[in-house]
Write a protein that binds this ligand. Sequence first.
Ligand code: SF4
Ligand code: SF4
Length: 355
Amino acid sequence: MNNVYLLPIKRSEMGPALDEQIAALWAVAGFENAFAPNDLAAIKLHVGEPGTKTFASPTIAAALVKCVLSTGARPFLTDTVVLYRSPRDNAPGHAGVALAHGFTPAAVGAHFVPADGLNGSDEIIVDVERGRHFKKVSIASTVMQARSMLVLSHATGHLGCGFGGALKNLGMGCASKKAKLRQHFGQQPRINPRNCVICGECIQWCPTEAIALDKTAAIDKKKCIGCGECIAVCLAGAVHFDWTIMGRALQERMIEHAAAVVRSKSNRLCYVTVAQQITKDCDCLGLDQPPLLDDIGILAASDPVALDQAVLDLVRERAGRSLESMAYPKTDSDVQLKYAESMGLGQRAYTLVSI
Ligand code: SF4
Ligand code: SF4
C-alpha cells in the first residue's frame, strides 16, 4: 500500500526550522529518486491570483528548491496561464504576479518560467489511453519537456470539481489554454434576473465576452464555454449551474489530462500538498478567503491519488464533515479519485505516516 507522509505544521508555526522539516519530509518520502543530476526539474505550483493570500507560500517552495538542488537537478518554478481575464492570462503578467507574491529568485532560489508560452498556446499533443472523452490532449510544452517534476499543490475546494489537490494541479494546471477550454466545455450557466443586481462583475471575468448587461446580465450561449467563472464571482447568487453534470464531466476530462502528464514522466514525479488555510474556492479567486478549518500540515507522496484521498480524509476527520459539504455540496469530488484510479494513476488505499 502507498505511504502518504504528513508533516503536521500550521502556517503560523512555520519558522527557521522549516527547511530542516521539509528536508525530513523529502527524505522519508524518498523523493531524491525522482531526480537526477542536471535534470531540468519543474516545480509546478500556483502563485495565486492577485488578492488571494492563501496559496502555498514561497518559504515552502524555497525549502523544496533546496531539496531538488541537493540531487544535482536544476529546478525552476512553473505554471500555465488562466482562462479568465487576469494578469495571469499571459506569460509576462503571470511572471509579474509570481514576483509580487514573493516567488523571487532571491527568496526561493529558482526562477519562475511560464509553462505554456506567451499566451498559453505552447503545447505538446499527447496520446491518452482508455480515455472516455479524449484520445489526445494538449499539455503545456515546458511541463512535457522538463525531465522531472515536483507537483506542489494547495488543497482547496473548487467550484467545478468540488476539490482541488494534486490531481487537479496535474490535469488542469498542466493543460494548455486550448486544453483548459476543452475540459470546461459543455455546460452553460443561466442567470436569474430576479437576483441580478447588474454589478457587471461577471463581465470582467468572462474569458469569451459572452455576458452583456442590459436590464439584467445575459449570457450569449453561442459564446459561452461553460468555464463557471461567472458563478464564482457573482456575490448576488444570480448565476446557476447544473453542478452534477459539470462536476462529473469536468473531473473526468481533467483526469485524462493528468494521465497524459503522469505517463510522460514515469517515476520522475513526486507530490507535495499544502493542507493549510484550506478555502472554499481555489487560489484563482482573487479574494482573501477565510479558511474552512484549522491547518493540517504539509503532505508528501509519490502517488497523487493516495495523496488527494489522504487530504480529503484528514479534512473530514479534523472538521467533522467533508470538504465538499463545506465548499460545493452538490459536486461529488470522489469522481476524480475513482476515475484516476481506474486509469492507473494511483490507488485510493494508503497508509498515513506522521513524521
Ligand atoms: S455578477 Fe451576478 S449580480 Fe453582477 S451582473 Fe453578473 S449576474 Fe448580475
Ligand atoms: S460560464 Fe460562460 S458566461 Fe460564465 S464566465 Fe464562463 S464563458 Fe462566460
